[in-house]
Each structure stands twice: as structure tokens, then as C-alpha cells.
Ligand binder design. Structure first.
Ligand code: SAJ
Length: 405
């Protein structure tokens, strides 16, 4: 069995390494020469617990990295699927390009597994027509095997999470299941392609709606001066209730993106889903209102004396995609409000105005700190904040007299 993994990013690379470490012959392909050079030079490119050891094991099992697509029995495509901002539909361009390139090199009988998240029906409407254009089409098997791993716990979750495999034919499902079982100890469900596509988007949408509920509760509790965190923690003591946490908004490339696929594809039907998206997208604006109220209470006259802690979409990662802080800054810019200061220990290049690289210098220049992300770095250095007015949007600081959402 020879596997060609296409796209050596956050999902493709750990998957390729897992397969190779488990003894499968693997070729990893990426169009970005610098990624391939980095891997061939011995650097994995990003930090994840256990990834380095996995890399060493895969190398000793002769994993190969290249910019070329190669002949293989199975192709696993793990390239990005962003969404089109204008109509909120999935943009499958990268997947389609990868499938075309695979079709140019693969042999009849090959299996093409798409791991990238796609909206229900994408394989039928956009991928199958590409495959049909090739003479070998009738013997090419399409599969959808979406991943579920979370940044920060990727290696552990790749090994232990349950998985879904969508196929046309049960026998192909069994082959791919056996392949994934070389590293995955979780339960693997084999179903149809469209069900697998839908399930993946449903999982992230479920979380988005649950977070939106928590965020709406935060607004309701603020209006009535109740402690939303206490209410949620008591409610969650009920054996069948599990409300997630309110926050300054929802970022990242999954939970804030996937529900739009359903909204875009099922207009008029996806109502709760759309409302949830709107509530979560309204949170940065709500944080701005809180900042303005708290500034007034504490005689902080100028927004340039306010600092946002955290630029990433969640704690302890260096990923800023769709982050609530970026959403909040965009909102301020729209209202011609500028000058708020920003710091994030994970972001070492300057990506926004008034961003500091030195934490103490940042703190020296502000009277009020808004905790947008609760990195461990913040929690370990909480005493540095003791003279500041603090708005903690993550319920992470245990000081008294702290403002919450
Ligand atoms: N957030 C809240 N309140 C919460 C939980 C999260 O406001 O109670 C916010 C976070 O701060 C962040 C956003 O939501 O801005 C998303 O964070 P996350 O940690 O919930 O999820 P992601 O985007 O890092 O990863 C998700 C995971 N999905 C689920 O947990 C269902 C992961 O398992 C998926 O593989 C991944 O999306 C994906 O690729 O789809």
C-alpha cells in the first residue's frame, strides 16, 4: 500500500507522519517548496505535543516529501477550504486543483480520499464531474474522511478520536478503514459520502450554536446584573445540560466558518444556525460597549490608554484566523476609532496598528487591559495586572473587582 498525502499543513502533515510511523509507505506532497524544503531539512514547521517524535519515526520509515504528485494506491487530500465571503459558500478551488493533479498521475483503481471540510454535496456537484472527465474515471473511488482534531492536541486526537468515512462502495470503505486503523484507535463509522460531509459540518455548527446560546445568556445576565458564569456552572450540574462558555466572539477556521456552508446552501431553512452566527459575530461589538462603559466608570478618558491582550482566535495557539480581536479592531476602524493598544505573546510580527512585542512596555502604556485570549502566559503573570482596570472576556482571572462580559 502506497499513500500520497496532498497538503502538508496542520491536518495533512500529522496524518502523513502517523501513517508512515505505522509502517505504510508514504509520500507527502505540498505545492509550497519552502514547506517541502523545511521538512527535508528536518523541521516540522509547527509545534504540537508529540509531533517531533512522530516525525523522527516517520523519517526512519523513509517518508518522502516532494512538490510532485506521485503514483499511489490511495491519495489523501488535506488542503484548505475557505468560504467565499460574498455568498458564504464553500470555496473548493484548492481541493479541485489537487484532484485534477491527482487524476493526471494516478492509475485506474486508485482511491482518492478528501479530508478537507466541504459542504454537503460538494463531492457530487464539484468533484465527481472533474473525475468523470478522465478516461480512468470508472475505476477511481472517491471517499470523504473528515478529520476532527483540535490544535494543541493533534497527535493525541488523531490516535484516539472516532472517525467517519463516507464512500460509494462498502468494500472501499473497509480498505480505507483498515488504513486508518493503522494509527487510529477510535471507532470508525462507514457511511455515504453526503452523510459524512453533512456530519462534519453539523458537529462544528452544534458548537457554534451552543456558544451563541452562552453568549446570548451573557448579554441577558448583563442586562439584569446576574453572573452568567455562576448560572452556567449551576445549570451544567444537571446531568443532561452542557452549556459552553461565553466569550468575545468565535474565531478560527472551522467553527466560525462551517455553519455558513449550511446557511449558504439552505437559505430559509438554516434559521437557528444563522441566528447563532449573528450572535457570535456581534460579540466583538458587545465587548466594545463594555469597554466604553468601564472606561467611563473608571475615568479612563482615552482609548489609547486601553490595551487588548491576545490576538489569536483562542488560547495557546499562534493562529489569528477570524480572531475576535481582529473582528473587534475592524469594528473600531469602521467607526473611525483608533489608538487602542494590542499585545500577544504568540505573535512576533507586527500585524495590527499599535501592537507591542514587549509585555512590560505594553502594560506601561495602558491603564485598562481587556483580556481577549487567556494564554497561559497571562495566567502565569497575573500579578503584573494588579494596578490595572481589567475587563476579562474569558473569565480567566480570579482577582476581585474584575469586570466580566
Ligand atoms: N469558544 C468560545 N466558547 C467556548 C469554546 C470555544 O467562545 O466554550 C471559541 C474559542 O475561543 C474560539 C472558537 O470558539 O474562538 C473555536 O474554538 P474551539 O477550540 O472550540 O475549536 P477549533 O476551531 O479550534 O477546532 C474545532 C474543533 N471542533 C470541535 O470541537 C467540535 C475540532 O475538533 C475540529 O477538528 C476543528 O474545529 C475543525 O477542523 O473543524
Amino acid at each position: 500500500m502506497r499513500v500520497n498525502v496532498i497538503g502538508l499543513g496542520y491536518i495533512g502533515l500529522p496524518t502523513a507522519l502517523m501513517l508512515a510511523a505505522g509502517g505504510t509507505e508514504v509520500v507527502g506532497t505540498d505545492i509550497d517548496q519552502s514547506i517541502v524544503d523545511g521538512l527535508n531539512g528536518g523541521s516540522v514547521g509547527f509545534e504540537e505535543e508529540g509531533l517531533q517524535e512522530l516525525f523522527e519515526k516517520a523519517k526512519s520509515n523513509k517518508i518522502k516529501f516532494t512538490t510532485e504528485y506521485e503514483k499511489a494506491n490511495v491519495y489523501i487530500i488535506a488542503v484548505p477550504t475557505p468560504y467565499v465571503k460574498r455568498n458564504k459558500k464553500v470555496d473548493a478551488t484548492y481541493v479541485k486543483k489537487a484532484v485534477c493533479a491527482v487524476m493526471d498521475v494516478c492509475e485506474s483503481g486508485s482511491i482518492v480520499v478528501i479530508e478537507s471540510t466541504i459542504s454537503p454535496g460538494t463531492i457530487e456537484k464539484q468533484i465527481r464531474p472533474i473525475v468523470r472527465n478522465y478516461e480512468k474515471a470508472k475505476d477511481i473511488h472517491l471517499v470523504h474522511a473528515p478529520e476532527r482534531i483540535i490544535p494543541g492536541r493533534m497527535v493525541y486526537e488523531l490516535k484516539n478520536n472516532n472517525r467517519t468515512i463516507g464512500v460509494d462502495e462498502k468494500s472501499v470503505g473497509q480498505k480505507i478503514k483498515t488504513l486508518y486503523q493503522t494509527f487510529c484507535k477510535g471507532e470508525i463509522t462507514v457511511t455515504s459520502i453526503k452523510t459524512a460531509e453533512m456530519t462534519k459540518v453539523v458537529e462544528n455548527t452544534y458548537r457554534d450554536i451552543n456558544i451563541a446560546f452562552a453568549n446570548e445568556l451573557a448579554k441577558i445576565c448583563r442586562a439584569d446584573n446576574l453572573d452568567v458564569y455562576e448560572i452556567i456552572s449551576i445549570a451544567n450540574m444537571h446531568p443532561r445540560v452542557n452549556i459552553l462558555s461565553p466569550g468575545p466572539g468565535v474565531g478560527g477556521h472551522c467553527i466560525s466558518v462551517d455553519p455558513w456552508f449550511l446557511v449558504g446552501d439552505y437559505p430559509g431553512l438554516a434559521n437557528i444556525i444563522l441566528a447563532a452566527r449573528k450572535i457570535n459575530d456581534s460579540m466583538p461589538e458587545f465587548v466594545l460597549e463594555r469597554i466604553s462603559e468601564i472606561m467611563e466608570d473608571n475615568n479612563v478618558a482615552n482609548v489609547s490608554r486601553v490595551g487588548l491582550y491576545g490576538l489569536t482566535y483562542k488560547e495557546n495557539v499562534d493562529d489569528v484566523r477570524e480572531s475576535p480581536t481582529l473582528q473587534l479592531l475592524a469594528c473600531m476602524k469602521k467607526h473611525l476609532a483608533r489608538g487602542i493598544k494590542v499585545y500577544d505573546p504568540f505573535i512576533h510580527t507586527s500585524i495590527v496598528e499599535n501592537q507591542y512585542q514587549d509585555y512590560k512596555e505594553f502594560l506601561n502604556n495602558v491603564d485598562m487591559v481587556v483580556v481577549m485570549v487567556a494564554h497561559d502566559h497571562l495566567i502565569k503573570n497575573l500579578d503584573l495586572l494588579k494596578d490595572k482596570v481589567i475587563l476579562d472576556t474569558r473569565n480567566a482571572c480570579n482577582y476581585v473587582n474584575i469586570y466580566k462580559l
